[in-house]
Design a protein around this ligand. Structure first.
Ligand SMILES: Cc1ncc(COP(=O)(O)O)c(C=O)c1O
Length: 459
């Protein structure tokens, strides 16, 4: 993780006034530092790593700060606002619901929930699947862990396979399935039946290497004396988050065949990949496989806290009455928002449009990479989620390592009126709302390309 600290002191910068961006004051806007210092007294520092813009308003693909500077947003929050920030239809539906005086109803029935769940299952296109709703992504991945283990109980299957470098949330089970070792040092009794396999990074494993890599995975399990019939489930992030790297298609096919043969539940964590983000309804559809469980969240609620687990009926019905529900599960407000998301994806044809606009991103970033082969290691992603991965061996300056330099680039991009996802690592991630105009998309990409070019030429 980079030790870069974003400046909170206003810097005088070049003013910008285009169709999509207005920067008329110094940045961060006056008052940001005092705001931060005051909040810091009361709030855990764990919340304080992002680019310091105080969001006053967010509308479609624009963010406005406290001085009314208007930025293009290439973050969608953190891949939340797929249908655009403060989507007008979603807001209207929420207002109508509030006017009907219903805010919550625990797990008593409500009609929004019934309508939404039915539409959600239809959206997956999977026959005989069911869903269970919660509020955060980490609850959804925890629920998947529970279901995979419950299903295994019958036949002494307890091992869960997960992947090095993948990430599934911040609660106990989710962190144990995540591949990030540093984040697990607080856990005294790590579950030694959660096993991490090496991830087939695209810079190491091509489509045609998939078979050998898969065999290496199986040999690794044999070496650890793990019998295939004792494996309950496998948890996969649809693409690895920080670098937007998908698995080779052949690898996933081999894995699906293996899981079917050994009666292993295959789960995709679709938190970032779902709801049209990659140019398909769900990201796993790029692999042409049918999962047993799907963890969903983020873009699912269009800005309200909605997440869930979708899966085969026999799996979702394993927990008895009341043993898999939460106080805020399927609250009418979040169901109304979820329904608006599905309707907007359909009526605005966001799946197709996202796929097409994604090609603009891929082409422009690939051209950038070809200009700097020494410093840019790869461009990964599909649709409206991409990452630029820098080469940690070559991109250094004095004591400044790659992640420091990359954080500095993110800050310079912000000064020009664009927000990108700061990963704190050797990557810059972008994921604009799927509703962004082509004009704004191109304007944002130009800023990224200009700033990276300037920095890399100066190394
Ligand atoms: C792939 C993945 N899984 C799980 C989570 C956890 O979601 P949440 O932060 O809503 O708990 C995230 C969040 O970034 C994620 O990207």
């Amino acid at each position: 993780m980079s030790d870069y600290i974003f400046t909170k002191t206003p810097s005088t910068i070049r003013k910008v006034n285009t169709k999509n961006i207005t920067i008329k004051t110094s940045l961060p806007a006056k008052g940001t530092k005092d705001f931060f210092l005051d909040l810091q007294k009361y709030e855990s520092r764990s919340m304080h790593g992002q680019i310091p813009i105080i969001w006053k308003k967010a509308s479609n693909f624009n963010i406005y700060d406290i001085a009314n500077n208007k930025f293009i947003d290439f973050t969608s929050g953190i891949f939340i606002s797929n249908i655009g920030h403060s989507n007008q239809k979603l807001v209207k539906n929420l207002k109508d619901l509030l006017n009907n005086e219903i805010l919550s109803c625990y797990s008593y029935f409500n009609s929004q929930r019934k309508e939404y769940i039915k539409k959600l299952i239809k959206f997956t296109g999977l026959k005989g699947y069911k869903a269970y709703l919660v509020s955060s992504g980490t609850e959804a991945t925890e629920a998947a862990l529970k279901i995979m283990r419950m299903n295994g109980l019958k036949s002494k299957k307890n091992y869960i396979l997960a992947y090095e470098g993948n990430w599934h949330g911040r609660t106990l089970g989710a962190q144990m399935m995540s591949g990030n070792l540093a984040q697990k040092d607080w856990i005294k009794n790590l579950d030694n039946e959660i096993i991490h396999l090496p991830f087939p990074y695209p810079w190491k494993v091509s489509e045609k290497d998939s078979y050998n890599f898969f065999v290496e995975n199986l040999n690794f399990l044999k070496k650890e004396k793990i019998k295939f019939e004792n494996i309950a489930g496998v948890m996969l992030e649809t693409f690895q988050g920080w670098c937007s790297a998908f698995y080779p298609k052949n690898y996933i096919k081999l894995l699906r065949d293996f899981t079917k043969k050994n009666n292993i539940v295959m789960t995709f964590d679709e938190m970032q990949a779902g709801f049209a983000r990659t140019g398909k309804n769900f990201g796993y559809q790029h692999y042409n496989v049918k999962p047993d469980l799907i963890c969903v969240g983020k873009g699912m609620g269009g800005g309200v806290p909605l997440s869930g687990l979708i899966g085969r009926s026999d799996l979702l019905d394993l927990p008895g009455v009341g043993s898999m529900s939460s106080t805020h599960s399927a609250n009418p407000l979040v169901c109304s928002a979820g329904l608006s998301v599905l309707n907007e994806i359909k009526s605005k044809k966001l799946v197709k449009k996202t796929f097409d606009k994604g090609l603009i991103i891929t082409n422009k970033l690939n051209k950038l990479m070809s200009d700097f082969p020494l410093y840019i290691k790869g461009i990964y992603g599909k649709g409206m989620i991409h990452a630029i991965i820098f080469n940690t061996k070559n991109l250094k300056k004095g004591k400044k390592d790659t992640s420091y330099i990359v954080s500095h680039i993110c800050e310079k991009i912000m000064f020009r009126g664009l927000l990108v996802v700061h990963t704190g690592r050797e990557s810059i991630k972008i994921g604009p709302p799927l509703t962004i105009s082509k004009n704004a998309l191109n304007e944002g990409l130009k800023i990224i390309i200009d700033e990276i070019t300037e920095t890399l030429k100066g190394i």
